[in-house]
Design a protein around this ligand. Sequence first.
Ligand SMILES: CC(C)(COP(=O)(O)OP(=O)(O)OC[C@H]1O[C@@H](n2cnc3c(N)ncnc32)[C@H](O)[C@@H]1OP(=O)(O)O)[C@@H](O)C(=O)NCCC(=O)NCCS
Length: 161
Amino acid sequence: MTIRKAVSSDISKLYSIEKELFNAQNFPLSRSSFYYHVQHNSLYVAEMDGDIVAYILVLIKRRDAKLYSIGVLDAFRGNKIAEKLLKHISCELIALGFERMLLEVRTDNIAAIALYKKIGFSLVKTLNAFYKDGCDAYLMELTYPLEQSKIKTTSQIKVMQ
Ligand SMILES: CC(C)(COP(=O)(O)OP(=O)(O)OC[C@H]1O[C@@H](n2cnc3c(N)ncnc32)[C@H](O)[C@@H]1OP(=O)(O)O)[C@@H](O)C(=O)NCCC(=O)NCCS
């Protein structure tokens, strides 16, 4: 499996994955949103044998990083692809000096909540009727210790050299 930054030519595939994974209640991303995020945010894809099978999108706004979406095609689930994408993006955020990543998740999304807890996210609070269908959301956060940020930043700079 390869993880790489998404580029404009990935947008059609990303949009088709999005339509497969999310219905209208879940704020699916439009084709034009993908176009925007490729240029302005952290959007990574996971490839198997040259085909995109998963993606992760983190929105970057000043000093805040928010996990907006992560999705793995049904046939490829259970292979730790989501876990690897989250770890990959965390390394990038740490290298950039971020101290935490936030997210909102439907309280009925058992798989996603288990994934986030395994990675180390903790519950901040419940957001009542956050989704269009009235479902609540959990606001969760993953904190990166400041010291860890500094150490990883240094080692990443070494790797890049
Ligand atoms: C949630 C999702 C991204 C997980 O992707 P995945 O690649 O299958 O997950 P991983 O294989 O990396 O699983 C890592 C951990 O997550 C948890 N997990 C994943 N799928 C799970 C499931 N169906 N039930 C319970 N826990 C699950 C487990 O703790 C797992 O670790 P383990 O295998 O050691 O038990 C995937 O199911 C998906 O794309 N769902 C639809 C889109 C979605 O709901 N995205 C999240 C909201 S934006």
